[in-house]
Design a protein around this ligand. Structure first.
Ligand code: HEM
Length: 287
C-alpha cells in the first residue's frame, strides 16, 4: 500500500503543515497597506467627483449636442409624482431608487436625496466637489509614490521576477489551479499560485498604471504639456470612462481578494502581509 499523501494525512481540504518561512519583505507589506489606505480615500473622493457630473461618454466631446453617453445615474419624476433613481448602461435602464440616483431617508430634504452615489459612500458625505478633488489628488500622488517604491524595491529584491511576472510553468499550471480554486482547495507554497500571480500582476502592472494614466489624461495641465496622453485614450471623455471602469475592476478585485484571503486561511495569510511570516505546506520547502 502506498504511503498516505500529505493531503490524506491532514484530512480533506487541508494539508500537513510545514515550517514557517519569511515570505513577504517589509517593502511588500508597507506598500500593500499604504495603497489600501490610498485606494480607500481615492474611491470615496472619486465617487464625490463623479457625482458632480454623473454621466460617462465615449469620444472627445460631451454635452447636449451629442448622443455619446454610455452610462448615467440620475433621478426622474415618476408618473405618480414621486422621485425614482435611474441608472442607464449602454441605453439599458435600471431602477436603482434607494441606492443610486435617489437615496436617503424621507426625513432628509429632497434636494440632498437626489445624488448619483449616496452620501454614505462619498468623501465628504455632502456635495462638495472642491474638497473631494483635494482629497483625491493628495491620495493619487501618494499612490503614485507608493507604486514607484514597490516597483523599485520589487525589481531590486527579485520579488517582481520571482513572484509576480508569470513564467511558462504558471501558464501551464493555470487550468489545474483554476480547478483547485473552484473546489476551494488552496495550497500554501513559498511563492504565489498561478492565479494569484496573474491577478496581482494585472492589478500592479496594468490596472494601477492605467488608472494613473487615465487620471493624468483628464488633467488640463497634462493636456497642455503632453497632449499625446489624451490621444492614446481617444479623448478626455473616453479616458474618464476608462478611469471609471478600472475603478469598478479594482473594487471587484478587492471583493474576490478578501474572500480568497478568508478561504485560504485568514490567520496565516494575514500574518504574512503584516509580519512577513507564513506557514507553508509540508513538502513545499523542497521546491
Ligand atoms: C485596496 C484593495 C487591495 C488591493 C488592490 C490589494 C492588492 C494586493 C496585491 C497586489 C497583493 C500582492 C502584493 C505583492 O506581492 O507585492 C496583495 C497581497 C495580499 N493582500 Fe491585498 N490588496 C487589497 C486589500 C487587502 C485587504 C483589505 C486585505 C485583508 C483583508 C488584504 C490581504 C492581503 C494578503 C493576506 C496578501 C498576501 C497574500 C499571500 O501571501 O498569499 N489585501 N494584495
Amino acid at each position: 500500500m502506498s504511503a498516505p499523501s500529505n493531503e490524506e494525512k491532514a484530512g480533506a481540504g487541508s494539508r500537513a503543515k510545514g515550517p514557517v518561512i519569511h515570505r513577504q519583505s517589509i517593502w511588500t507589506r508597507a506598500t500593500h497597506w499604504t495603497w489600501v489606505v490610498c485606494l480607500f480615500f481615492l474611491l470615496l473622493s472619486g465617487l464625490q467627483i463623479f457625482n458632480a457630473h454623473p454621466r460617462l461618454y465615449i469620444g472627445q466631446e460631451s454635452g447636449f449636442a451629442y448622443d455619446n453617453s454610455v452610462f448615467s445615474i440620475h433621478a426622474e419624476r415618476t408618473p405618480e409624482g414621486g422621485v425614482a433613481g435611474v441608472t442607464t448602461v449602454w441605453g439599458q435602464r435600471f431602477e436603482t431608487t434607494g441606492v443610486l440616483g435617489f437615496s436617503g431617508g424621507g426625513d432628509q430634504p429632497l434636494q440632498s436625496r437626489v445624488r448619483a452615489f449616496p452620501a454614505s459612500v462619498t468623501i465628504p458625505s455632502y456635495q462638495d466637489l472642491a474638497t473631494g478633488r483635494v482629497v483625491h489628488f493628495f491620495f493619487a500622488w501618494a499612490l503614485v509614490g507608493t507604486m514607484l517604491v514597490w516597483f523599485v524595491a520589487s525589481l531590486v529584491n527579485g520579488h517582481l521576477r520571482r513572484d509576480i511576472v508569470p513564467r511558462g510553468a504558471d501558464i501551464k499550471g493555470l487550468p489545474g489551479d483554476v480547478a483547485r480554486h473552484t473546489r476551494l482547495r488552496f495550497g500554501h507554497g513559498r511563492s504565489y499560485a498561478p492565479l494569484q500571480k496573474l491577478s496581482y500582476g494585472l492589478v500592479l502592472l496594468i490596472l494601477f498604471p492605467l488608472i494613473v494614466l487615465t487620471g493624468l489624461a483628464m488633467s488640463p495641465g497634462i493636456n497642455a504639456g503632453w497632449p499625446w496622453i489624451v490621444d492614446i485614450f481617444g479623448g478626455r471623455q473616453t479616458a474618464r470612462t476608462i478611469h471609471f471602469c478600472v475603478m469598478v475592476l479594482l473594487v471587484a478585485f478587492f471583493v474576490v481578494h478578501v474572500a480568497m484571503v478568508v478561504l485560504a486561511g485568514p490567520v496565516n495569510t494575514m500574518r504574512s502581509i503584516i509580519t512577513g511570516k507564513y506557514r507553508i505546506d509540508a513538502g513545499e520547502e523542497e521546491r
